[in-house]
Design a protein around this ligand. Structure first.
Ligand code: ATP
Ligand code: MG
Length: 585
């Protein structure tokens, strides 16, 4: 392909509103153009890369035995009502609007995901255990009413997802969900490895199902919105929501001070109380009242820690957890909001492990405008239930004992054991070997294609531009013909271009009549893995220059050796750029 015949829209200026490197570079390299907030055009170069990612995803899904279909973006809202997700999704669910009840638009939504639609298909066609397991996938546009689209294509309102859904009657054995989940997990490792991404699978929150029921695939980069928490040696990794912490040791201290009630008028937040009493937030016991499946539940954590509601729900064995309103707090503690404490409280209490090693602590007095100091567990109150119910913080250790390291990261993929949530609510049953109708057990597996592209740019760029991994680069080679007015340069450049194309190498020939500096800058910016420079001076010595974008290694070779060398190099680079499977995977 000749540059002048193609459509390349590089620009020098850094777009004012773009902060994330991938956002800046994708615009500057002419890969994308914003249409409205959260929706982008993929310009020709960008679209080539996206298609390559799509191919890798499709190949690995097919290799893992998943079967491709295609579902529409438009769904009837009834199905979403059946699964209770109109409420659960809130504004994320994009509705077409409509002016009246009988306007079809008011009964139609644009799918943020496709569990409802696929479950209806399973219900219609999967009748007997003999048909299972089935794993169906698609690569399709999703719509999500994200409140804040940001960082270019990392978070948009319209994006491409590969979503797969598997159906089973049991968890175990080769037909069961566990085996299929593993296969998808392995396929994801293969996909990210082929894309050259430094990925880390992490345990993710999976609600009441718990256990190893959900993993996210993370790419550590400063542009991410999520936190990856792992040990230095990589043997433990989880997202922040899920990360477990090792028990804190009892550091001793404390004087077994007497319980003392202190008047703290209008002083109710952790910060205000610690300031008022001249102590550290870590010396306070935070007492939080929840409504758990309708019953009051008290969580105790150290003042500088946060309750992790998912951990708490699991520890409590409850399905739903809501922060209590002022009325419930008053009923349980007898005080206004901000003055709760465990001493004398008659309700179910779960204490975080860190609370059990506190001495002479400060808590609310269960009396408006009062706190108490000198609170000691065992002496002043008992807790029957102790668990890890807080979010990890810097300085914590993993259950393995190694210190946890926190890194910003991007979630590029997610595998999830759904269980029977959708088959129950949509009545998708299948006859088992005994002829009994059972709700199908489901797994779902999603990958964001656009995010893979942006994450790769986040991981591989320098101050001059993108450094694409070969596997997902829009083209593999750019030929910079330095002086298109020189006949010999023109001829050799064209010959190399034709030779490479014939050898199946994807090559872009920069045949513009512009200064060398402009060509080199653009070549660096669009970041193709190899650059060939054909110039008058080199040709006088009988050579052209070959340069690897990522390492800046250069070679000078006679033109007739270039194509075979490039073929050899590309093969080597693809192998070299594949990422290793992480230790914890
Ligand atoms: P996030 O937590 O980032 O909002 P999610 O957990 O809601 O994502 P899933 O429902 O698990 O996302 O979707 C599967 C994959 O789709 C994600 O791993 C991600 O790669 C991609 N994805 C999700 N939301 C977006 C978005 N708004 N823009 C681009 N890609 C997205
Ligand atoms: Mg997710």
């Amino acid at each position: 392909m000749k540059w002048t015949d193609y459509f390349i829209t590089t620009m020098k200026e850094v777009p004012a509103d773009a902060v994330a490197p991938s956002h800046q570079l994708m615009i500057r390299a002419g890969l994308i153009r914003q249409v409205v907030a959260g929706a982008y055009t993929y310009l020709p170069l960008g679209y080539r890369s996206l298609r390559k990612i799509e191919n890798i995803v499709r190949e690995e899904m097919n290799a893992a035995g998943a079967v491709e279909l295609h579902m529409p973006a438009m769904h009837p809202i009834e199905w979403w009502e059946q699964t209770g997700r109109v409420e659960a999704m809130g504004d994320v669910l994009v509705r077409l609007g409509g002016t009246s009840e009988d306007d079809w638009r008011s009964r139609t939504v644009l799918g943020p995901t496709h569990e409802e639609v696929i479950t209806e298909i399973a219900r219609a066609y999967l009748k007997s255990y003999k048909q299972l397991p089935v794993n169906l996938y698609q690569i399709q546009t999703k719509f999500r009413g994200e409140a804040r689209p940001r960082s270019g294509v990392l978070r948009t309102r319209e994006f491409l997802m590969k979503d797969a859904y598997s159906f089973h009657l049991g968890m175990d054995g080769p037909e069961g969900l566990d085996a299929q989940y593993r296969r998808m997990y392995d396929a994801y490792c293969a996909i990210f490895s082929r894309c050259g991404l430094p990925y880390v699978p992490v345990q993710a929150e999976s609600g009441p199902i718990g256990g190893d029921a959900s993993h996210e695939f993370m790419v550590p980069t400063g542009a991410g919105e999520d936190w990856l928490v792992r040990t230095q040696d990589g043997s433990y990794a989880a997202n922040l929501e899920r990360a477990e912490v090792a028990a804190l040791e009892d550091a001793g201290g404390g004087t077994n001070a007497p319980l003392t009630e202190v008047h703290t008028p209008d002083v109710s937040t952790i910060d205000d109380v610690s300031q008022f009493l001249g102590c550290q937030p870590s010396e306070l016991i935070k007492t939080i009242v929840f409504a758990a499946d309708g019953e009051p539940l008290i969580a105790l954590v150290r003042g500088d820690h946060d309750v992790n509601e998912a951990k708490l729900a699991r520890a409590a064995g409850v399905q739903s957890l809501q922060a209590a309103d002022a009325a419930l707090i008053k009923r349980v503690t007898g005080a206004d909001v901000g003055f709760a404490g465990p001493v004398g409280l008659k309700a179910r209490i779960i204490a975080d492990q860190a609370v059990t090693v506190m001495h002479d602590a400060v808590t609310g007095a269960n009396k408006t405008d009062y706190h108490i100091t000198g609170v000691n567990i065992g002496r002043d109150f008992e807790v029957k239930e102790v668990a890890d119910i807080r979010t990890a913080v810097q300085g914590d250790r993993a259950p393995t004992g190694s210190p946890l390291v926190f890194e910003k990261c991007i979630e590029v993929g997610h595998v999830f054991k759904l269980g029977t949530k959708y088959s129950d609510s949509m009545d998708a049953t299948c006859l088992d070997a005994e002829g009994q109708a059972k709700p199908m057990i489901m797994g779902c597996y999603g990958i964001g294609l656009n995010r893979i592209m942006a994450a790769a740019i986040e991981a591989f760029h320098d101050e001059n531009g993108i450094c694409w991994p070969v596997a997902i680069a829009p083209y593999q080679v750019v030929i910079c013909a330095l002086d298109m007015r020189e006949e010999q340069v023109r001829e050799i450049a064209q010959k190399l271009h034709d030779e490479m194309s014939a050898a199946g190498i994807e090559v872009l020939l920069d045949d513009r009549d512009v200064r060398p500096g402009v060509k080199f800058n653009d070549a660096d910016l669009i970041g193709l893995p190899l650059r060939v420079t054909v110039g008058k001076r080199g040709l006088a010595d009988g050579v052209v220059e070959l340069r690897r974008r990522r390492t800046a290694e250069t070679l000078k070779l006679p033109p007739d050796q270039i194509t075979s060398k490039i073929a050899e190099l590309l093969e080597m680079m693809v192998a070299e750029e594949r990422t290793e499977r992480p230790k914890n995977a």
